[in-house]
Ligand binder design. Sequence first.
Ligand SMILES: Nc1ncnc2c1ncn2[C@@H]1O[C@H](COP(=O)(O)OP(=O)(O)OP(=O)(O)O)[C@@H](O)[C@H]1O
Ligand SMILES: [Mg+2]
Length: 350
Amino acid sequence: MAIVSSYEQDGDAANKATKSKTKNLDPKPNSADLNNEKHNNLRPESFDEYVGQERLKQTLSISINAAKKRSDIASMGHVLLYGPPGLGKTSCAYLIAKELGSNIKIFSAPALERPKDIIGILMSLNQGDVLFIDEIHRLNKVTEELLYPAIEDFEVDLNAGKDDSTRIMRLKINKFILVGATTKLGYISAPLRDRFLHVHRMEYYTEEELSQVIAKSAAKLSLKINDEALLEVASRSRGTPRIANRLLRLVRDYSEHLEKNLLDLETAQKALDLYQIDKHGLDNMDKKILQVLIEHYQGGPAGLETIAGLIGEDKNTVEDYYEPFLIQSGLLLRTQRGRIVTEKGLEYCK
Ligand SMILES: Nc1ncnc2c1ncn2[C@@H]1O[C@H](COP(=O)(O)OP(=O)(O)OP(=O)(O)O)[C@@H](O)[C@H]1O
Ligand SMILES: [Mg+2]
């Protein structure tokens, strides 16, 4: 079992305590991931830097401020963030912890295999900590049920004794805030979902919002880029800040390769064409999905597994990564009978 990432904002005594208390978890922190988190200097550092998602920011700020006034930060309630990858769920969790002045501990649900994994983590939490569980739809049933009393009453059930003499002991734990993230709200059971006070769907970003993300990132990278080039990168970023930052890095390399002092529209266009990112942000795999549906099924319907098989991609990647944007762009429909290319999609592939 690997704990994908366990990270605290202040490497303080609490951190050490957590690590020693959870060492029976056999933690194998993935140092590459840890380094990515720490060196991801493009992550927004405050809600002011966190572009867009206005309703999310507003509702969270209200609850955070109210909880702070009550001097009971855990009373802000648990938060569930759902939506396609790269829209800012993890970044938002960091910011909640930062605004609360709390430590954050990050785990990925598949890493919490055994009951003692989650129990160990829950018992190690300090008052007001933020516990972030990524891919929360992948929690196993036992772990999920152990979470219920913890998030509802801040209590854990411990098994004491062996076999016939097994007794359940209920222990109080420190009050904490659970932030769950998922790309698949539908896979979360109703009892778990209903225990979150805040359930928020992450929205795709507009081109203007992505331009702001890119402008902030360019400033952090000390890169000079003009407004037209900003918009060009934004328009090809499929509504997703992570992609915007990725494209910016590619465009920067190209611009540096040409020894340009200012990244302009022409340079951005040439670079993005070279990397085969088309005007709508579709890449080769997006196009392939539409094309196989048209070529093999006259536009559909066809099932997810069939499509994944035809393009040689994992079905979860097709469902979580490619499809949401194709659907959002009006190029593909997800129906009971399968996936169908829309009129707009047919037009696009001509
Ligand atoms: N609102 C935002 N403002 C500025 N930058 C953002 C915003 N949201 C995301 N980003 C940038 O995009 C990157 C990806 O965001 P993040 O890791 O938070 O997405 P995610 O929703 O957790 O994705 P996944 O589902 O893959 O875990 C961040 O590192 C950050 O650079
Ligand atoms: Mg994430």
